[in-house]
Design a protein. Structure first.
Lengths: 188, 205
């Protein structure tokens, strides 16, 4: 019969040694001594406790963890308003829009008034200015009409959905036309 | 003939005591449910997990570093890492096993950084703590300090195995899962930990 292996000595210390090997342990002085020494050492280790912190400590620890976890969420890169504007998906449509408006401003001549061509009546400066504005509004509405609020928000074109430009996007075509008419009246 | 509803005793009691309020006690969610909720972004569920396991995690960490300040820092770091790593927890092991694994890893990292200065024990200082004499309590405290230092002097795997087996009553399989090891290696490490501890404490020449 062989002496107990390290695994079997651990089984003996933990009281799960197989019966036939337990018989050897009971009969063998060497295995018995080794088992007793390991058991004493383990009992001595078990007796060492962790000093109990103050009862207030535990909630303090929970609070520290909560703050640290919150800090982790903030530290994750969340693009600021300015950074979102630097994304190509935002700049591209804005650039197109700016180009449209700039082109319109340079191309739409003040002298080509729809009203003037239709009636042949020489237009006043005010009428020509309003016609240009009409044309510009028409182009703008055409461009804006291609976007819905969600797309504009996703692309970061809107600071918030309740901004003025966001409100325009929510108007129907007829409502937008009415808005243009009202703005023109105000400008007269 | 219309049916009469039988008034329940508690309803009558409520009528008789209008100042009473009904408190709905939610059944306590188990770790699995709380982990699932935390993974879905429920911060309060994670707070409950922290509250439930904070003492055990702190104790694991304390066993490695033997002081409150470091143990506190390590416990906090353990939970923060757990929060950050929740997405990778698949539930193949128990949440506590996974949490202990994190605690052991952060503790071992700290210990290897600080390299505890363990003084060699003088065997002559050992006095039989069973003696019922004045100062016996102090001797037991000295012995406890000696045991803690001896544990701190063990190699990492042996120390971790001893701590988890002795103070957290984890099975060999659970320890193997926590340490990324096998049951056979755990038992071997446990045996060598006790043997070395015995030598350090001076019971063997």
């Amino acid at each position: 019969m062989t002496h107990l292996t390290p695994d079997e000595l651990i089984d003996a210390v933990e009281n799960v040694l197989a019966p036939q090997r337990r018989a050897h342990l009971n009969a063998c002085a060497r295995c018995g001594a080794e088992h007793a020494a390991l058991e004493r050492t383990w009992n001595e280790a078990r007796a060492v406790t962790v000093p109990e912190p103050s009862p207030l400590y535990w909630d303090h620890l929970s609070r520290r963890v909560r703050e640290a976890v919150d800090g982790e969420a903030v530290a994750r890169h969340i693009p600021s308003g300015r950074e979102r504007w630097y994304d190509w998906r935002v700049l591209a449509p804005v650039a197109v829009w700016v180009l449209f408006v700039a082109t319109l401003a340079s191309v739409v001549p003040e002298s080509t008034s729809v009203l003037s061509r239709a009636t042949g009546v020489p237009e006043s400066v005010e009428e020509r200015r309003l016609d240009v504005l009409d044309a510009r509004w028409a182009v703008m509405l055409d461009t804006v009409g291609e976007f819905d609020v969600e797309t504009a928000l996703d692309e970061g074109l809107l600071g918030h959905p309740w901004s003025a430009d966001g409100a325009i996007l929510q108007l129907t075509s007829a409502e937008q036309q009415e808005l243009v008419r009202l703005l023109n009246e105000e400008l007269r | 003939m219309s049916e009469k509803s039988v008034p329940r005793p508690w309803a009558a009691a409520l009528v008789a005591n209008p100042e009473w309020t009904i408190r709905v006690v939610e059944p306590e969610r188990d770790d699995e449910a709380l982990v699932g909720a935390s993974q879905a972004g429920d911060r309060e569920a994670f707070d409950v997990l922290v509250e439930r396991h904070r003492r055990a995690v702190y104790n694991v960490c304390y066993r490695f570093v033997d002081n409150h300040e470091d143990a506190s820092d390590l416990a906090q770091e353990t939970f923060v890492r757990a929060w950050k790593g929740l997405g990778s927890f698949k539930g193949q092991a128990a949440f506590t096993t996974w949490l202990y694994r994190i605690a052991v890893n952060v503790s071992l990292s700290r210990v290897s950084q600080k390299r505890l200065d363990v003084e060699p024990l003088d065997a002559d200082r050992f006095i039989d703590e069973r003696a019922d004499e004045p100062g016996a309590g102090l001797l037991r405290t000295e012995r406890a300090v000696a045991v803690r230092r001896a544990i701190a002097a063990l190699p990492e795997k042996q120390r971790a195995t001893l701590i988890l087996r002795t103070y957290h009553d984890m099975s060999h399989q659970q320890i193997a899962d926590a340490l990324g090891s096998t049951v056979g290696a755990v038992k071997a490490n446990f045996f060598h930990a006790l043997t070395n501890l015995k030598k350090i404490l001076g019971r063997e020449p």
